[in-house]
Design a protein. Structure first.
Length: 197
């Protein structure tokens, strides 16, 4: 699998660009749309922690295990959220997509499907990934439904796996999509995005 290099991924209504400090204020505004940091089952930064969130993402990029994107409205340039490649493991051609969140006003729209289409297409068709994975909190039912709508398969649950921001320990639900499944999943996602409403 190729190394993840800085790239811009675009398909209306979105543009995904490498996350940087220039996105700090936009991330704060996006997170404030719904006060998303109050959700127990997500990794959305509190306003005062946004810079540290970006610093951690950039450190992950430097170390080669995470590459974060700012998700922008392609028409206005407004930052509406973030998503990342993470747990990048080139020797086995695997990476995961996560750290994903969007402003509340952009949820239940084409945003997540479009962003994931762009990220999966780049992972499978450019980087040469053989498997793309996702993980989510066992109580984040909205995230589980969204991942399943993308065509990913549930691999199982890692019990007592990770700390939540409130100090409790979560079980983690794991999903994946293999390269051989991608063409059919891609066709389905494109149909969802282009079908008449």
């Amino acid at each position: 699998m190729k190394r993840v290099e800085p790239v811009t991924l675009e398909r209306a209504p979105l543009r995904l660009v490498p996350l940087g400090f220039e996105h700090e204020e936009g991330l704060k505004r996006a997170a404030a749309d719904g006060e998303l940091w109050n959700l127990r089952v997500t990794s959305v930064p509190e306003p005062e922690a946004t810079r540290a969130y970006i610093e951690a993402a950039l450190q992950g990029r430097e170390q080669g295990h995470r590459f974060a994107f700012a998700v922008l409205d392609s028409a206005s340039g407004e930052v509406i959220g973030s998503s990342s490649y993470h747990d990048i493991v080139p020797p086995v051609d695997r990476l995961e997509i996560g750290y994903t969140w969007y402003a509340a006003s952009r949820q239940r729209s084409a945003v997540n499907t479009t962003a994931k289409l762009l990220l999966m297409q780049h992972a499978f068709e450019t980087l040469g990934a053989q498997l793309v994975g996702w993980r989510t909190d066992n109580y984040n039912f909205a995230s589980q439904r969204a991942i399943e709508r993308l065509g990913a398969r549930k691999d199982g649950v890692l019990r007592h796996h990770a700390l939540r921001r409130d100090g409790t320990v979560r079980d983690t639900v794991m999903y994946s999509l293999a390269a051989g499944e991608w063409p059919e999943v891609k066709a389905q996602l494109l149909w969802h995005l282009t079908r008449p409403r």
